[in-house]
Design a protein around this ligand. Structure first.
Ligand SMILES: [Zn+2]
Length: 417
């Protein structure tokens, strides 16, 4: 009963946000001739996404190997991302700086032993909940982070990934599209650019990083205006414990909405309206089979998983944001549906979830599905560009269509003639 009330409230709220954006677009289009009335600006923007472009950005990121934090290849990838964002016209690229010192090894919990055989996670007596709070079901295969260089058969890639990480100063890159009427409010669209496991981090999280970059490209086009601001950010140090996004929240939450300098009309940190994280977008081949093998093809019934965290202070607002994306998916995504779930966990939206509406967008549910082995490339040497087919990349493109359509509506995007 309680959850029904909550869902109804969330639907009303997200419908209200949508109507607001539609009204703003209608006002913006009013002086135009009637032939413009038929053109839906959100559809026009979604159509500017393109499978080959999305693939090319992922491919570009894989040139820097696994982009592990605290290495030259990670720093070179940040420089490359910045050059792309500038070439898109996403002005004001900036870097957040922080210092990363790993916890002493002695105080870290030992990694769980990785078995080799599939088990039945949902069997009688399976009381242990997955990360994020969901209940695991069905066949579960072992997961873990590969730390063995020799597990990478590609000698060039092994060499590219060979420089070890060192503690110290870190940077992460973002750029901002300033809103026309509400420059002091923004949605944050993020993905993490660091990876590990001795592969190319093509899916985790080249796929999410490329999605964020493609949205920056489309929405930075000179003919696009938004009422509210949009920030596109590529987190670092996600894989070590969300340190980059945590540093951002620590450094900037108290600066929200402050005009600086006073009277300038400039807001270095617009008030956060929502944070949308993208982490692993390509692979929904279903549950592992009883013998531990996986389907080779993207399953036709694949779905995009939008998760909020039910045990967070901003759960109601986060759920509302999740439904806004679900609605955008229904209307604008070409091939695959989206599903909303309550167990967001283990990604850069987590440090935001008690402060602002925060959701993650993924290929699978993080806790019960990825945690059960649904993505066999996860943190493995096989997470390379060549492991994915066009069906996988198209699935990721559908997530890009979903978030683009949602933020275009939420930020009040319109086309300047
Ligand atoms: Zn990830």
């Amino acid at each position: 009963m309680r959850s029904k009330v909550r869902i109804a409230a969330a639907l009303a709220l997200s419908a209200g946000l949508g109507a607001h954006a539609v009204a703003q677009r209608a006002r913006g289009a009013a002086p135009q001739a009637s032939m413009d009335a038929a053109a839906d600006p959100v559809k026009v923007l979604v159509d500017r996404l393109d499978l080959e472009r999305y693939k090319a950005v992922i491919k570009g990121l894989t040139a820097f190997g696994d982009r592990r934090q605290g290495t030259d290849r990670n720093r070179a990838a940040i420089d490359w991302i910045e050059a792309q964002l500038k070439s898109y016209g996403c002005g004001n690229t900036e870097r957040l700086k922080y210092d990363y010192q790993p916890a002493p090894a002695a105080t870290r919990a030992p990694a769980p032993a990785i078995g080799t055989a599939p088990t039945n996670a949902g069997g009688r007596g399976a009381a242990t909940l997955a990360a994020g709070g969901g209940r695991p079901r069905g066949v579960r295969t072992p997961t873990g982070v590969n730390t063995d260089p020799n597990a990478q058969p590609d000698l060039n890639l092994r060499a590219l990934n060979s420089q070890p990480t060192t503690p110290g100063p870190r940077e992460e890159i973002y750029c901002t599209k300033i809103g026309v009427t509400r420059p002091d409010e923004m949605y944050i669209v993020g993905g993490h650019m660091d990876g590990h496991g001795w592969g190319e981090a093509a899916n985790d999280d080249g796929s999410g990083t490329a999605l964020v970059m493609e949205l920056a490209r489309v929405l930075s086009s000179p003919d696009v205006q938004t009422e509210r601001s949009l920030r596109f950010i590529l987190w670092n140090n996600e894989e070590t414990g969300l340190n980059g996004s945590g540093a951002y929240v620590d450094q900037r939450r108290d600066r929200q909405g402050k005009e600086d300098p006073p009277g300038s009309g400039r807001y270095p940190e617009p008030k956060w309206l929502g944070m949308i994280q993208h982490d692993m977008m390509l692979f929904d081949h279903g549950m592992p089979r009883a013998d531990g093998t996986m389907s080779k093809e993207q399953r036709p019934e694949a779905d995009i998983n939008i998760e909020f965290q039910v045990n967070s202070k901003m759960a109601a607002q986060s759920q509302s944001l999740a439904w806004a994306l679900e609605g955008a998916n229904e209307k604008y995504a070409t091939d695959y549906p989206a599903l909303v779930g309550p167990h967001m966990t283990n990604t850069d939206s987590t440090p935001f979830m008690d402060v602002v509406a925060a959701i993650s967008v993924r290929e699978n549910e993080r806790g019960t599905q990825i945690g059960n082995g649904w993505d066999p490339q996860w943190h493995q040497p096989t997470d390379v560009y060549a492991s994915y087919s066009d069906r996988d990349f198209r699935f990721g493109l559908n997530a890009a269509q979903t978030t683009l359509a949602a933020v275009a509506q939420l930020a009040g995007a319109r086309l300047r003639k």
